[in-house]
Design a protein around this ligand. Structure first.
Ligand SMILES: CC(C)(COP(=O)(O)OP(=O)(O)OC[C@H]1O[C@@H](n2cnc3c(N)ncnc32)[C@H](O)[C@@H]1OP(=O)(O)O)[C@@H](O)C(=O)NCCC(=O)NCCS
Length: 142
């Protein structure tokens, strides 16, 4: 049985094993817990029987107009059971009325988000450690 909750009440890092599949340098479970606690909104799908978080979604928001959903993940063994959809539904309900709800995702996940009314857009992003020096030099102002 999976139950859903907002926030990390009753959860410690031991419940967060196995996340960030495919990342070259995945955050530790301890850092994951910090990420959940530092997010404006974190919703967890919890498998109480096995003392595991089966999936989670986070949002960073100004509390009024704009929100960004940086992370959504369901552990591989829990995928395909509707957990990811339920997490997105619950997050969008939390963000009801917001003008901007942004998600950055790989192209193969776009059809998943499209089911909830989101649509493809263009964006500028950065991942990893930023180094703005070459850009400033190119512009001639650095
Ligand atoms: C994307 C993800 C969260 C979906 O979670 P899930 O619990 O398996 O999703 P659901 O069971 O609710 O699936 C709902 C539907 O979306 C489809 N779907 C799931 N992942 C999909 C994907 N990557 N692309 C397209 N469709 C997808 C499912 O096939 C299912 O279709 P159905 O209802 O016709 O059977 C999960 O696959 C995951 O954690 N992936 C790795 C991390 C990731 O890509 N996160 C998103 C980054 S922003």
């Amino acid at each position: 049985m999976i139950h859903y909750q907002r926030g990390t009440h009753g959860i410690d890092a031991g419940w967060l094993d196995g996340y960030f599949v495919g990342w070259s340098d995945p955050p530790s479970p301890e850092r994951h817990l910090k990420i959940l606690n530092g997010s404006s909104i974190a919703i967890l799908a919890i498998d109480d029987e096995h003392r595991r978080v089966a999936g989670f979604i986070t949002a960073i928001t100004d509390g009024s107009l704009a929100a960004y959903i940086p992370l959504l993940e369901v552990l591989p063994e829990y995928q395909g059971r509707g957990i990811g959809s339920e997490l997105v539904r619950r997050m969008l309900a939390e963000l009801d009325g917001y003008y901007m709800i942004d998600v950055s995702c790989d192209a193969d996940v776009q059809p998943f988000y499209a089911r909830f009314g989101l649509h493809p857009w263009t964006a500028m992003i950065h991942r990893g450690r930023i180094d703005s020096t070459p850009v400033l030099k190119k512009g001639g102002r650095g």
